[in-house]
Write a protein that binds this ligand. Sequence first.
Ligand SMILES: Nc1ncnc2c1ncn2[C@@H]1O[C@H](COP(=O)(O)OS(=O)(=O)O)[C@@H](OP(=O)(O)O)[C@H]1O
Ligand SMILES: Nc1ncnc2c1ncn2[C@@H]1O[C@H](COP(=O)(O)OP(=O)(O)O)[C@@H](O)[C@H]1O
Length: 159
Amino acid sequence: MRQAGERCELLDGDELREGICRELGFSRSEREENVRRIAWLASLLERNDVIVLVAVIAPYREQRSALRHRFQEMLEVFVDAPLEVCERRDPKLLYARARNGEIRNFTGIDDVYEGPEFPDVHCMTDRETLSESSAKVMRAIENAPAHAIRTAASVGLSL
Ligand SMILES: Nc1ncnc2c1ncn2[C@@H]1O[C@H](COP(=O)(O)OS(=O)(=O)O)[C@@H](OP(=O)(O)O)[C@H]1O
Ligand SMILES: Nc1ncnc2c1ncn2[C@@H]1O[C@H](COP(=O)(O)OP(=O)(O)O)[C@@H](O)[C@H]1O
């Protein structure tokens, strides 16, 4: 996206949990607070015409839908894979640690994940390549009305 001249930013749950969300754990209220802070940051960036990719678990359907009104435009991307595929990948060995009881309240093992019923983009990562999944996301952003308006504004059109 940057190569295409877009102003964009990636907010990754993992990284923000070492920064502005440092003291938060994984109880329901802490996950909600984590997502609330990240959404607040994303809305500030959006206000400044930045396209923000928010890579968080955000496990609660109700909170995700409540956040929609905070944004001029929000696309919900479901990065989906069956549990057994996640466990096979296990790049950080967290599933293994959750299975042997070292980590409690782990999403998908002993904690809830309420998948979106009607995501704007559905990436079935066990059946598509990384570039197919990212192309889907890029297409959805390009087709989003707010993006079209911004692009038109930057070339001097009015919609
Ligand atoms: N108990 C438990 N459950 C889920 N995830 C855990 C847990 N403990 C640590 N981790 C690591 O934290 C990352 C998920 O953090 P998020 O901020 O995205 O989660 S949430 O939206 O607040 O639910 C997630 O990072 P990613 O692997 O990059 O998704 C995990 O590595
Ligand atoms: N289509 C796809 N989209 C996203 N990730 C994929 C896809 N296919 C395979 N993967 C793999 O899934 C894993 C995702 O791990 P990671 O980046 O740690 O995810 P997260 O930080 O979102 O939990 C990586 O090993 C990645 O290569």
